[in-house]
Design a protein around this ligand. Structure first.
Ligand code: AMP
Ligand code: MG
Length: 309
């Protein structure tokens, strides 16, 4: 397969200058559009990958009453296997990020429900939901939620992308773009565009990735506007409100998509100082686009990923 030069508008559909030898398989799962670009011979693998996303949705969905997570949250089920692995990994990121990343944010995600809401909840409602939030409540030894519920929306797609990547590698696939709603994993080398937080469907800058995941968290992804103010989907677990700061988007690059997914959310909440979190993980870096348009990156990022503004 010829080297593809693609613009991946992260958190948007891929605009891909694909060669005739490639095909993109599309699907919808995990509340997001999925597209997987592979060479034609690997189309069956891409179709299986989309099925895999649906299978993981049945484990990780917070809103599907048949999911394993629903049973943990509402029916007293003790999580095991991959669900428990994701919960434990999430807790480790909560500790490292001092609670900026926190899967016990579910009472607040449910309350804010930015997909359907048109006006913010009351301060009293937020204070009540906040009482049940805090990763330290979770006891994974005897497994007890201690009044909270879990939301894996900030990590499930990353975990799934890792699993698809592993499957593809095991099948000897050498070129692929796995895009789970902007949660990207590339096999092979690709130049990708990071979506502008300021203009729809425009790339703000480009980076070159090889066998890496890129995940973006941004205030422009899911939100509603009310009386001139934007309320987005990333919540500061300390305040109970959508996190406020001077960051427009955070993109984390890592060979572990679940790490990139969790850290992009954590850094978005915690702010630019939290770029240092990347150094705690193997081969992981980040790029922040500030509200005023400035770009901030981790040390060595610009050369390593051939950043072009
Ligand atoms: P992401 O787009 O990966 O940054 O994840 C955002 C999604 O994760 C939201 O839609 C919520 O479901 C959930 N979420 C919101 N705030 C947080 C947080 N501070 N920590 C963990 N998950 C969160
Ligand atoms: Mg995330």
């Amino acid at each position: 397969m010829k080297k593809l030069i693609c613009i991946l508008l992260i958190s948007n559909l891929i605009l891909c200058a694909c060669s005739k030898k490639n095909e993109t398989v599309h699907g919808f799962a995990m509340d997001t559009y999925i597209s997987i670009t592979v060479s034609k011979k690997d189309v069956p693998a891409a179709k299986s990958a989309i099925k895999k996303c649906r299978d993981y949705e049945k484990i990780f969905s917070r809103t599907d009453k048949k999911s394993e997570l629903w049973k943990v949250n509402h029916e007293g089920k003790t999580p095991s296997g991959e669900l428990l692995d994701v919960i434990n990994f999430s807790l480790s990121v909560s500790e490292k990020s001092d609670g900026a990343f926190d899967i016990t944010v579910a009472p607040l995600s449910t309350l804010w429900n930015v997909k359907e809401r048109t006006y913010p909840p009351s301060a009293e409602e937020i204070a009540n939901a906040l009482k049940n939030v805090g990763y330290k409540r979770l006891d994974t030894q005897s497994f007890s939620l201690n009044g909270t519920t879990l939301d894996l929306g900030a990590i499930a797609k990353g975990y799934t992308a890792d699993k698809i990547f592993e499957d593809f590698k095991a099948q000897g696939i050498k070129k692929a773009i796995i895009d789970l709603g902007g949660n990207i994993y590339v096999i092979g080398e690709y130049t990708v565009g990071i979506r502008s937080p300021f203009k729809t469907d425009e790339a703000y800058c480009t980076i070159t990735l090889k066998d890496k995941s890129a995940v973006t968290s941004g205030a422009y992804q899911r939100y509603f506007d009310y009386e001139g103010k934007r309320y987005h989907h990333i919540i500061d677990p300390k305040t109970g409100y959508p996190s406020e700061g001077d960051i427009a988007s955070v993109t984390v690059i890592s060979p572990s998509s679940k790490t990139a997914d969790a850290l992009s959310t954590a850094i978005f909440v915690k702010g630019t100082d939290a770029l240092s979190l990347c150094s705690l993980y193997d081969d992981t870096g980040a790029l922040i686009i500030m509200n005023d348009g400035e770009i901030k990156t981790t040390e060595g990022f610009d050369e390593k990923y051939n950043l072009k503004k």
